[in-house]
Design a protein around this ligand. Sequence first.
Ligand SMILES: [Zn+2]
Length: 101
Amino acid sequence: MTEYWVSQGNKWCDLCKIFISNNPFSIRTHELGKRHKDNVTQRLSTMQKDGAAKEKEQQQAAKALQLIEAKAKKSYQKDLENNQRNTDGDSSAAPGEGLFL
Ligand SMILES: [Zn+2]
């Protein structure tokens, strides 16, 4: 997952935001270094946190949407019933009632 691009004999470490010498020894030394490892750990935990938060958000959004749809359907049916019952013009039903969670 570490990505490098080569430029004029140097490699760019995207995690550490630095160039390192483009030879196997330097690269290996860099990848085994504390700074790089810290950055890898940080990047991983950030990604996991983001992923978990996003998943939770999506689940909550889906749940909220289901609730809204269910309530809207119920409210719509209630409106229909009210309309059928109150054909004489008695509009006591509050508009949008039950739409909010
Ligand atoms: Zn690095």
